[in-house]
Ligand binder design. Structure first.
Ligand code: FAD
Length: 376
């Protein structure tokens, strides 16, 4: 199916089923509600075929260009049918499973993720290791045919909902840095895993601490090769920094339009609105080119740091306007509309942190793309 045909049939289907797909406004908009609604949307779109396009047939997909799955995300977010952050995780983790998991494992697991039967999480960051990922310490040691894991992860998004985790572990010596890391696909109901949600400043328990105490993981759950997990992380992060964020632009555009419509006349500075619009469309243009490169079979790499800087800048520019548009309601409003703007304003501060901080993206751009000095 080509992109135009996909768009037409998806748009028609969404028009016909919008009533079933829209979250019940009577239900409180908590993270639990959003997760349940996401599972429903994924199941309905999978069963109708749309969620399967753009993914390889060997993992339950229907093949076709990756642009098809990008358009699905765009259509769902621009209609306000899914929350864009939690929708992103599929695009972050499924490509890694497809490229690195044993064939049978990928064939069994990826359809569950696409159909919304499962949530997966990404266990990279640790209390002492965020930007300097190569120094991670969560240890995996051989134990017969299995791996025994001990250590801690932190900021693991949606871990309390997740059935599986793509986990980076230390299998070499602590000094081995990026040469001694192994990626494992871990069942979150394994004995010895403790998940403790952390409340963010925007009031959601979106990410967690995850503790591993003598957790046994079967040997056939290694992704790629032992001690070569760094290359998996380097292949995963470009998705997290680019294609996983394409649909976010549609969402930001929708919220910007809603803000301009709702703000009292004269409260918004037209220059600031113009600047936010400019950077948002700069991201869209950049992201469109990235999506087309991926669809043409190019590998994504360090250049996706540009996409990440642009989307984070756009997100903060859009939500910075909320302070003018809502005035005191941004801080004091108790009604659901003010509360939602406040939560999103606060969450937008995280845009320059998750997926690698803005400073780290600029380091990558300077060193790898502009050749302004080697990595230490
Ligand atoms: C909403 C959210 C969701 C997240 N979800 C996940 C997840 O699902 N899984 C996961 O593994 N992680 C997740 N993270 C963690 C995220 O990847 C890290 O927070 C991020 O990589 C930064 O690491 P850190 O918090 O350890 O900060 P640090 O690395 O300690 O950095 C602190 C500050 O120092 C700056 N800094 C550090 N090193 C340098 C340097 N070399 N040059 C210049 N400046 C530097 C940073 O830019 C930052 O401003 C999430 C974070 C957030 C906010």
């Amino acid at each position: 199916m080509d992109l135009d045909e996909f768009r037409r049939s998806l748009d028609d289907w969404l028009d016909q089923h919008e009533h079933d797909l829209r979250a019940d406004p009577a239900v409180a908009d908590t993270l639990d509600d959003q997760m349940a609604h996401l599972a429903k949307i994924k199941r309905l779109t999978y069963d109708a075929g749309f969620m399967r396009w753009g993914w390889p047939e060997r993992v339950g997909g229907l093949g076709g260009s990756t642009l098809l799955r990008a358009y699905l995300g765009e259509a769902l977010t621009s209609r306000g049918l899914v929350e864009p952050g939690i929708y992103s995780m599929t695009e972050v983790l499924a490509p890694t499973m497809i490229d690195y998991a044993p064939e049978k494992l990928a064939a069994a697991m990826v359809p569950r993720l696409l159909r919304g039967e499962e949530i997966w999480c990404q266990g990279f960051s640790e209390p002492g290791t965020g930007s300097n990922l190569a120094s991670l310490a969560c240890r995996a040691a051989r134990d017969g045919d299995s791996w025994r894991i001990n250590g801690q992860k932190v900021w693991t998004s949606l871990a309390q909902y997740a059935q599986r985790c793509v986990l980076l572990t230390r299998t070499g010596t602590p000094e081995s840095l990026h040469r001694g890391i192994t990626a494992l696909f871990v069942d979150m109901d394994s004995a010895g895993i403790t998940v403790r949600p952390i409340e963010t400043m925007h009031g959601a328990r979106e990410f967690c601490e995850v503790f591993f105490d003598d957790v046994l993981v079967p040997g056939d759950r290694v992704l790629g090769e032992v001690d070569h997990g760094w290359s998996i992380a380097m292949d995963l992060l470009p998705y997290e920094r680019s294609t996983a964020l394409w649909h976010r632009a549609s969402y930001l555009q929708r919220r910007l339009e809603q803000l301009v419509a709702a703000a009292p006349a004269g409260s918004l500075d037209p220059v600031a609105v113009g600047e936010a619009t400019g950077v948002l469309w700069a991201f869209r243009a950049r992201s469109r080119a990235t999506q087309r490169r991926l669809a043409a079979g190019e590998a994504l790499g360090a250049e996706t740091s540009i996409d990440k800087v642009l989307v984070a800048t756009a997100e903060q520019a859009v939500f910075d306007l909320v302070a003018d548009g809502l005035g005191a309601d941004l801080v004091l409003g108790d009604d659901p509309v003010s509360q939602r703007w406040r939560a999103e304003f606060l969450y937008s501060r995280a845009a320059t942190i998750y997926g690698g901080s803005a400073e780290i993206q600029r380091n990558i751009i300077a060193r790898r793309l502009l050749d302004l000095g080697a990595d230490r």
